[in-house]
Design a binder for this molecule. Structure first.
Ligand code: AMP
Length: 284
C-alpha cells in the first residue's frame, strides 16, 4: 500500500493508472476505520483495479461546537486496516494541503440540503460537497463508493455528480451494523457503556416503522409517533429529528403512497454524542 499526501503525487498516480487503462475506485473516509468502511473498500475492490482510500477529517463540514477537535485519529491503524481490506493507496492530505491560506471556493448543493441533517447542521453539506469535489478531482476515479448509513450525504453526492457532470459512477453500500443492530460509526466510541446499551433502540424504532409500513400503515404522522414513543421510553436520548421522507427528494411525507420509495431516518443525541441512522423501504 502506498501512502500519498500531496495533490501533485495523487494526480500523478491517478494519471499513470488511467494511462495504463486501469479502473480506479475511491472510498472517501474521515478515518477511525471500522467494519463499515472496510466493507466499502472491499466493494470498491470488486469494482476496480486500483482502490484509493482517502483519509481526511474535513474541517469545513463540522459546525462550531461539533467534534472536529476530538474526532478519533489514528493513521497507522487506518493504513493497516485499509491495506488488509484491499486498498492500494491511502491519500491522507494535511488540512493545509486541502485548504491552503487564501482558499475561497465552496460547492453548494441546494434544496435537498435544507432538510434533515442540513437543517440541524447548517453548512455541513457545503463542506461535504466541497471536499468530495476536491477528492474526486485529486483521485480521478471511475467509481466512488459511499455508505447508506449517511443516506442524505449519498443523495447530495448523487445530485452533485449529476449536476456538475462528473464522469464518475456512484455506488452506495448498505449500512453495516453491530450484532445488536447499532449502525457502525466512528462516533460510537464516544458512547458511555450505559448509552451504548440504549443505542440499539434507534434501529429497533426504525425497524418498527418499516414493519408498520410493510403491513399497510400509510399515516406517516402516526408511524413517526410510534418511533418517538419507543425512543423516549427506552432511552435518555434527545431526538434531533424523526423523518419519513421521499427517498429521492427528501420531502417529508404525511400519507404514504404505494410504490414510492421512502427514507425513514433519525438523529438523536446521547449526551454530546450524536448518532444518525435510517432504513429505506418501498411502500407496498
Ligand atoms: P466517515 O468516515 O464517517 O465520513 O464515513 C466514510 C464513508 O463510510 C461514508 O460513505 C459513510 O457513509 C460510510 N460508512 C460509515 N459508517 C458506515 C456503516 N456502518 N455502514 C456502511 N457505510 C458506512
Amino acid at each position: 500500500m502506498i501512502l500519498l499526501g500531496t495533490v501533485s503525487e495523487m494526480h500523478g498516480f491517478a494519471e499513470d493508472r488511467r494511462r495504463e487503462g486501469r479502473r480506479i475506485a475511491v472510498v472517501p473516509t474521515m478515518g477511525a476505520l471500522h467494519e463499515g468502511h472496510l466493507t466499502l473498500i472491499r466493494r470498491a475492490k470488486e469494482q476496480a483495479d486500483v482502490v484509493i482510500v482517502t483519509l481526511f477529517v474535513n474541517p469545513t463540514q463540522f459546525g462550531r461546537g461539533e467534534d472536529f477537535e476530538r474526532y478519533p485519529r489514528n493513521r497507522d491503524r487506518d493504513q493497516e486496516l485499509a491495506a488488509q481490506a484491499g486498498a492500494d493507496v491511502l491519500f491522507a492530505p494535511a488540512a493545509q494541503t486541502m485548504y491552503p491560506d487564501g482558499y475561497h471556493t465552496f460547492v453548494s448543493v441546494e434544496s435537498i440540503t435544507a432538510v434533515l441533517e442540513g437543517a440541524v447542521r447548517p453548512g455541513h453539506f457545503r463542506g461535504v460537497a466541497t471536499i468530495v469535489t476536491k477528492l474526486l478531482n485529486c483521485t480521478k476515479p471511475h467509481v466512488a463508493v459511499f455508505g447508506q448509513k449517511d443516506a442524505q450525504q449519498a443523495a447530495v453526492i448523487r445530485r452533485l455528480v449529476s449536476d456538475l457532470n462528473f464522469d464518475v459512477e456512484i455506488v452506495v453500500v448498505p449500512t453495516v451494523r453491530e450484532s445488536d443492530g447499532l449502525a457502525m460509526s466512528s462516533r460510537n466510541s464516544y458512547l458511555t457503556p450505559a448509552d451504548r446499551a440504549q443505542a440499539p433502540v434507534l434501529f429497533r424504532a426504525l425497524r418498527e416503522a418499516e414493519r408498520r409500513v410493510l403491513e399497510g400503515g400509510r399515516d406517516a404522522v402516526t408511524i413517526r409517533g410510534t418511533m418517538e414513543v419507543m425512543i423516549r421510553t427506552e432511552t435518555s436520548a434527545a431526538i434531533d429529528y424523526l423523518s419519513i421522507a421521499d427517498a429521492a427528494t427528501l420531502q417529508e411525507q404525511t400519507t404514504l403512497q404505494s410504490g414510492r420509495e421512502i427514507l425513514i431516518s433519525l438523529a438523536a443525541r446521547f449526551g454530546s454524542t450524536r448518532l444518525i441512522d435510517n432504513v429505506q423501504v418501498v411502500v407496498p
